[in-house]
Structures are given as structure tokens and as C-alpha cells.
Design a protein around this ligand. Structure first.
Ligand SMILES: [Zn+2]
Length: 420
């Protein structure tokens, strides 16, 4: 097992220079997908990649691939990357870290004169955030065949519907010539800030991401009977809000019952007629369940339906529970996860396994290539916020782990490619 290290100061300097593009007064970054600023960040990234000796390809959805050749050009590349776009009040590290970490491992390999067996590609995926153009993770999603290219290009700007993602990519010069997908990928690694509090609380610089949790979203409609708040005795009421309140409490209990990994949230409620002296006749609310295991999500599903039926019965209400969206849990590739863990051990970094609570490009990449992620802590667990921050030592640690995990993959030649 080799034990090479990157240049952490150069990684930090590149992150800070990149963060100047779209810098906000509060120290964050606003660099929306396919905006002029996104274009400027992409051009800076490409210039750095070309200076590091990479050849750059841009595909029809604007994904950028910067390739450092390997000894054997017939081998599929080992990819490392993330995204350059940000939330409107985003930070300096979300996405940018994974791309700059990919660049730093290439620069470090150049410094060392290290030739890998397989090529290495640094990738910057288009529109991961889904803020200006929804949904999220579109560049990697089209690459992985989750979304059709035409539909993705036709996606409209959420605030300026006259503009499309395809038109804006064209305008900033990133509607590239290469077809999307159809590139073999030997392995995909993504380094990212955790965007949650777990690693910081545990005092660990590295998280071995074993997978991303699954999600089930619901819409629940509760129907009772509107009636006057004065003359209607308590016993005769069909109060939809009282029923919904019990259901919402049940949602929260379901989340606690499947601790520590379950999340259960009601974030949107509409009460009708929403009048202070009328007993509510209708309530509409949403449910967001998350868990890394599908069988637990299925159990949570049954518990939700039972709880809603039971709560409806006490007030003689009707409860309609409809599944709105389902996103299966994504376990990352065990061999790649093992290489990340091995790299952390070799480097002597304290670490723990962790499940990604958020979506990432790696989640779609996992459908078409062996994929894995490396998390580093962010200060206070805060992300999607201008005050998002990370410690240089942690960023360096994650990048060192990335380097060695990538090398393990790039130098592991599949038997069929070996010349005996
Ligand atoms: Zn991100």
C-alpha cells in the first residue's frame, strides 16, 4: 500500500481563488448553474486542468471531463469530481471541494512523476444544485441515463421561464460537442463536505461514506366536516386538523422509532378553510421519510398508513395517503468503499462510516459505475449557507484519502486487461 500525500496549501489556495468567482459579501458564493459566473468558474477550472497536462472534453449537457493519460489508454478512467455550481446563498466548499480535490491529486501525481495504469479524469458535473433549474443532479443524471438529454436541456429557469438550461449552456459556451454518457468509467470517487454535524461532533477528519439513504415522500389529505365552532358539541365533530395533528405526531414517532438513521418530517401543511371559528374540514400535508435501508423504509410506510387510519377513525375522518416520490437507498460499491477505508487507515486518519443524508452526483453515478464518496467535516455542520466553512487540515486529509483510493483503483488492472 502506497502512502502518498497531496499539497494541502495548493488545494486551499485553489479553493479560495475559485471562491472569488461569485463571492458574496457574507463570505459565501452565489454561482448558479449555467450563469456567467458558472462559465467563468468552468473556464478557470479548464485552464488549471490544461496547465496540469490534461485534455478536456465537454459533453452536450456541459459536463467537463479533464483526462490525465494512463500507461494503458485502453483502460476505463478512474474519475474524481463533483460540481462547480452553488446555491444562491451557497458556500465555498459544497461541490467545489470535490472538483478541486480531483485537480489536486492530478497536480500531485505530476509533481511525483507518477504514472498510473488507467487514465484519471477530473469531472465537473452540470447543475448539481437544482436551484436555478430543477431538479438537482442533472448533469450526472443524464450521464447515468436517469434523465433524457432533451428534457434536461429544455428545463426552464425557475425565476425566468424564458431561459432554458440548454440555451444558457449555449450562451456561456458550454453546450459541448461530446455525446452524454457512453464513456466507460472504471470507478467514480467524490470528495465532499459532510453538510451535517456528525464528523465534527465525533472529532473525525474523514467519513467513509457507505451509501446514500433512500427517500419516500407522501401527500396526505384528511377530510372531515366543516362546522360552526360554537354550536357543535365536541363529541359530534369530524375535525380534520385534530386527526392530522395526531398523524403528524405519529410521523415524528416513526422517525424516533427507527433511530438513529431514520428521518421523518412534515414540512408543509394546509388547513381549510383556515378560519378561527370553523372546525377544519380539510387538511393537506406532506411527509418526507428517509432511511438507508429499503426494508426499514417499507416498515415506516406501513406504520404511516396504519397511524393515519387509526387517527382518522377517532374522528370518523377520511385519510388518503398517496406516495409522491420514491428514491431507493444507494449503497456504494463495497470494493471502492474498502479502498477509501484502507486509504484512511494507511494515512492514519481517525474515521468512521457514515451515510449521506443528501443527494450527490455519486448517487446517480453509482447506477452506471462502481462509486464511493469521502466526507470531511464542515464547521457547525452548516452548508447551503454563506457561512459554510471547513478546516484546511480536514480538506487536506480528505484529499489524501482520495489520492490513495484513486491510485488503488487506477493501478488495479482487471485480469482481462492484463497482458500475460
Ligand atoms: Zn454538493
Amino acid at each position: 500500500m502506497r502512502n502518498l500525500t497531496v499539497n494541502g496549501e495548493r488545494l486551499w489556495a485553489s479553493l479560495m481563488e475559485l471562491a472569488q468567482i461569485g463571492a458574496t459579501a457574507k463570505g459565501g458564493v452565489c454561482r448558479l448553474a449555467a450563469s456567467d459566473l458558472d462559465g467563468a468558474a468552468r473556464r478557470l477550472f479548464i485552464r488549471w486542468c490544461e496547465e496540469a497536462g490534461c485534455s478536456v472534453t465537454v459533453d452536450h449537457i456541459g459536463n467537463i471531463f479533464a483526462r490525465r493519460p494512463g500507461r494503458n489508454p485502453a483502460l476505463p478512467p478512474v474519475m474524481a469530481g463533483s460540481h462547480l455550481d452553488t446555491q444562491p446563498t451557497g458556500g465555498r466548499f459544497d461541490g467545489a471541494y470535490g472538483v478541486m480535490a480531483g485537480l489536486e491529486i492530478v497536480r500531485s501525481l505530476n509533481d511525483l512523476g507518477y504514472e498510473t495504469e488507467a487514465p484519471i479524469e477530473i469531472v465537473a458535473w452540470t447543475n448539481e444544485e437544482g436551484s436555478r433549474f430543477s431538479p438537482a443532479m442533472v448533469g450526472s443524471g443524464v450521464f447515468a441515463g436517469v434523465f433524457a438529454l432533451e428534457g434536461a436541456l429544455a428545463t426552464r429557469d425557475n425565476t425566468m421561464p424564458g431561459l432554458t438550461l440548454g440555451g444558457e449552456l449555449e450562451r456561456i459556451g458550454f453546450a459541448g460537442p461530446a455525446p452524454v454518457g457512453m464513456r466507460p468509467v472504471g470507478a467514480y470517487f467524490e470528495a465532499h463536505i459532510e453538510q451535517g454535524p456528525i464528523l465534527e461532533a465525533a472529532g473525525l477528519p474523514v467519513g467513509i461514506v457507505t451509501g446514500a439513504q433512500g427517500q419516500r415522500w407522501y401527500e396526505v389529505t384528511v377530510t372531515g366536516q366543516e362546522a360552526h365552532a360554537g354550536p357543535t358539541p365536541m363529541k359530534r365533530r369530524h375535525d380534520a386538523l385534530v386527526g392530522a395533528a395526531r398523524m403528524i405526531d405519529a410521523v415524528n414517532n416513526i422517525g424516533h422509532a427507527h433511530a438513529p438513521h431514520a428521518c421523518a418530517t412534515v414540512g408543509f401543511v394546509q388547513v381549510s378553510p383556515n378560519s378561527r371559528n370553523t372546525i377544519p374540514g380539510h387538511v393537506f400535508f406532506t411527509v418526507d421519510f428517509r432511511h438507508p435501508q429499503d426494508d426499514v423504509l417499507s416498515a415506516m410506510d406501513r406504520e404511516l398508513r396504519d397511524a393515519c387510519a387509526a387517527a382518522a377513525e377517532t374522528q370518523a375522518l377520511e385519510a388518503l395517503v398517496e406516495e409522491f416520490w420514491y428514491f431507493p437507498p444507494t449503497p456504494f460499491d463495497p470494493a471502492l468503499v474498502g479502498r477509501v477505508r484502507e486509504a484512511a487507515l494507511t494515512q492514519g486518519y481517525p474515521h468512521q462510516d457514515i451515510i449521506s443524508g443528501a443527494g450527490h452526483d455519486a448517487v446517480y453515478m453509482a447506477r452506471v459505475a462502481p462509486s464511493a464518496m469521502i466526507f470531511v467535516p464542515c464547521v457547525g455542520g452548516i452548508s447551503h449557507n454563506e457561512i459554510e466553512d471547513a478546516l484546511p487540515a480536514d480538506l487536506t486529509a480528505g484529499c489524501n484519502v482520495l489520492l490513495n483510493a484513486v491510485l488503488d483503483s487506477a493501478d488495479t488492472v482487471p485480469a482481462r486487461n492484463r497482458i500475460e
